[in-house]
Design a protein around this ligand. Structure first.
Ligand SMILES: C[S@@+](CC[C@H](N)C(=O)[O-])C[C@H]1O[C@@H](n2cnc3c(N)ncnc32)[C@H](O)[C@@H]1O
Length: 208
């Protein structure tokens, strides 16, 4: 294992747990709408698990991350519903039949997926008609001065945050993946640099 692989596999998953703490209230807000069989893409270390409501009956988490830190195993053990992990990149194709899931979730993930439009098309394929895609993403600011900073910082940030892009317009990517946005709240999260904290929070439905 080279040094970067060590960072990516062992250090980054632990850093995520700390770095993502200020965002818990946004997870909680959007995940209240989750129900039934959920597909969560970018499952990571399972940080969303404690925020799912009782209407969720089962969850499948997709993520190429291979290492499972102890904290994540604890979250899995404490889950109120069965959790299945599938270790792969979403755009490589999902091994599920069409119309399998009642709900899909992405949180801080479309920024990191190498081909997010292809990934969303795959999610759309396995969602039941009328099933929502719930999302909380960070991305491109609505202030052109901040966008220029996001673009300047992007190369370095992608290395630090294992492929994360600062300047992706999450709403446009979701629509390009074949979804119609139903609700969207865009704002700068308090207490964070505007380059990193411009959030897109909402829901979308597959175009049929
Ligand atoms: C910033 S982390 C967010 C993790 C988690 N969703 C959360 O809300 O804390 C981005 C996650 O996306 C995952 N990811 C990156 N590329 C992916 C891909 N192609 N398919 C699925 N997940 C991917 C990473 O492994 C990582 O777990």
């Amino acid at each position: 294992m080279d040094l970067y692989e060590f960072y990516e596999r062992r250090v980054y998953p632990r850093l995520l747990g700390v770095a993502m703490r200020p965002f818990e209230r946004y997870r909680s807000a959007v995940l209240q709408q989750a129900r039934g069989k959920v597909l969560e893409v970018g499952f990571g270390t399972g940080l969303n698990l404690p925020f799912y409501p009782s209407a969720v009956t089962e969850l499948t988490g997709v993520d190429p991350m291979v290492e499972v830190p102890a904290a994540m195993r604890r979250r899995l053990d404490e889950s109120r519903f069965p959790v299945h992990r599938y270790s792969s990149a979403v755009e490589a194709g999902l091994p599920f039949e069409p119309e399998t899931f009642d709900c899909a979730v992405v949180t801080w993930t479309l920024c990191s997926v190498a081909d997010p439009v292809r990934g969303l098309e795959e999610m759309r394929r396995v969602l039941r008609p009328g099933a929502p895609l719930l999302f909380v993403e960070h991305g491109r600011s609505d202030d052109p001065r901040i966008v220029r900073w996001q673009q300047r910082l992007n190369g370095m940030w992608k290395v630090i945050a294992c492929g994360c892009n600062l300047d992706r317009a999450a709403d446009q990517i979701i629509e390009a993946g074949g979804f119609r946005i139903a609700t969207l709240d865009r704002f700068d999260a308090a207490g964070l640099p505007r380059t990193h904290g411009h959030l897109y929070l909402g829901s979308a439905f597959a175009q049929r």
